[in-house]
Design a protein around this ligand. Structure first.
Ligand code: MG
Length: 447
């Protein structure tokens, strides 16, 4: 297999024309069609390669006897909602998500709207690798139809579960940066339904991204400027498939992506108590906020499927990941940047204060994230080295190594989507977080 094709729990991704080409896409679509059978919904973000890949996906699915429903350009969470709500047998999202425009990917969706579980992903990959798929005969080939209702249904679902009147009364002025991705076709319309004065920024769904689509503060410059220039109350930015959300305050300051989840948790727990779920790498502020409402927090491995699955099992009221991925079960057991917008506006309306005030009230920690490229790490040895050099209060081996020190915590794990080791530290004091992270990176590099 080409080295730039990456197969992970929920799908397959690669650089267009290198690892990911139409042949690979047809074969994966055949394998998925063979595994789930029946009616499969297909949606895509705005990438230029999607025109090429959607027909490859259709072809693969049809060749094994599936029926295809083309949902058009829509966010990944809209596809997930449609699969669940229309009783389809599965779905495929063609989206490179937060990756640069030369990337693309297929994400495979179960009939309940969740991504494939890791064990199902492995089964799919085995079918793909065997490459012995029998095509159906000429008279067993399914049909292709179109369904353009995903956006409308998704907006409707969100409006049913937030306090629309309260938000409308505030008449927020909002800048939305769709990164010319799939969020461009939904979020401006949701905002209008919520009575906002909407300033659209990069909402042309053409796949030419004006900045990198990952919604991190570094990529929010243009949005920050626009919020200042227009005197808006808030700015929102999506990645290319709008499962993630980043926020800019009324001061034109980009908030750390950790804040999206924290604000959403606060918004939900003010109305409804219950378990909160997040991954092991997300800020300790989650426990602090949930604690204020006497709600328990469960931690999972890193990856939205682990969070979604745990949320379903424990009937969580809210959850997600610290990368701007909010999971709000009344809408979706999936990361949903569009539902997150409504939750944040509901919080702002209820608190009746500018966003910078609301965030100032949240527990404050400093987080440092570093990546180390292409290196083999013996995690047992590393754990011993860290404990010896830095001391240790508690160790968690759920996913890589997480070690609590007196000053804070550090988490080291091998990425499942990139050939890198991720090191994340968090402490009350910025210098402590930096010191912990630097020391661990040094220990990893010192063979
Ligand atoms: Mg995404």
């Amino acid at each position: 297999m080409n080295s730039s094709l990456i197969v992970s729990a929920s799908g397959v991704r690669g650089i267009v024309g290198e690892g990911l080409n139409p042949e690979v896409v047809v074969r994966f679509a055949c394998a998925f069609g063979k595994m789930v059978k029946g009616r499969i919904l297909v949606g895509y973000d705005t990438r230029t390669s999607n025109k090429m890949f959607k027909y490859a996906v259709f072809s693969g699915l049809l060749s094994v006897g599936c029926e295809v429903v083309d949902l058009g350009i829509c966010p990944t969470p809209s596809i997930q909602l449609m699969v669940r709500e229309t009783g389809a047998d599965g779905g495929i999202a063609i989206t490179g998500s937060h990756n640069p425009p030369e990337w693309n990917a297929l994400k495979f969706i179960r009939r309940d709207g969740l991504f494939l579980f890791p064990e199902e992903g492995e089964r799919l990959f085995l079918i793909y690798k065997k490459n012995k798929i029998e095509n159906v005969r000429w008279n067993e080939i399914g049909d292709v139809s179109q369904d353009n209702s995903a956006i409308k249904r998704h907006i409707q679902k969100i409006l049913e579960v937030v306090d629309v009147e309260r938000i409308r009364k505030k008449g927020f002025k909002v800048v939305i940066d769709g990164c010319n991705g799939a969020g461009s076709v939904i979020s401006p319309f949701l905002l209008k339904e919520l009575g906002c004065e909407v300033v659209e920024l990069n909402c042309q769904p053409n796949g030419f991204f004006p900045h990198l689509p990952e919604p991190t503060p570094a990529n929010l410059q243009q949005l920050c400027e626009k919020v200042k220039e227009t005197g808006a109350d808030i700015g929102f930015a999506h990645d290319a498939d709008a499962d993630r959300l980043a926020i800019v305050s009324e001061k034109g300051e980009g908030l750390s992506e950790e804040y999206t989840l924290l604000l959403a948790i606060k918004s939900v727990l003010q109305k409804r108590r219950g378990p909160v779920v997040t991954n092991i790498s997300t800020s300790k502020a989650v426990e602090d906020i949930a604690g204020e409402f006497n709600c328990p927090v469960k931690r999972t491995k890193v990856g939205d499927i682990y969070v979604s699955r745990c949320m379903k099992d424990c009937r969580a009221v809210i959850g997600g990941e610290g990368n701007g991925g909010v999971i709000f079960p009344p809408v979706n057991y999936a990361r949903d940047g569009i539902a997150a917008i409504a939750l944040i506006l509901e919080l702002a309306a209820r608190e009746n204060a500018p966003l910078s005030f609301i965030t100032k009230d949240l527990p404050s920690y400093f987080m440092v994230k570093k990546k180390i490229k292409s290196i083999f790490v013996n995690f047992d040895e590393l754990r011993e080295k860290i404990i010896k050099n830095l001391g240790c209060v508690k160790v968690d081996l759920l996913d890589g190594i997480k070690i609590w020190l007196d000053e804070g915590w550090v988490h080291i794990r091998a990425s499942r989507t990139e050939p890198v080791i991720r090191v994340i530290s968090e402490a009350k004091i910025k210098e402590d977080a930096e010191k912990i992270c630097d020391m661990v990176v040094e220990l990893i590099l010192k063979k």
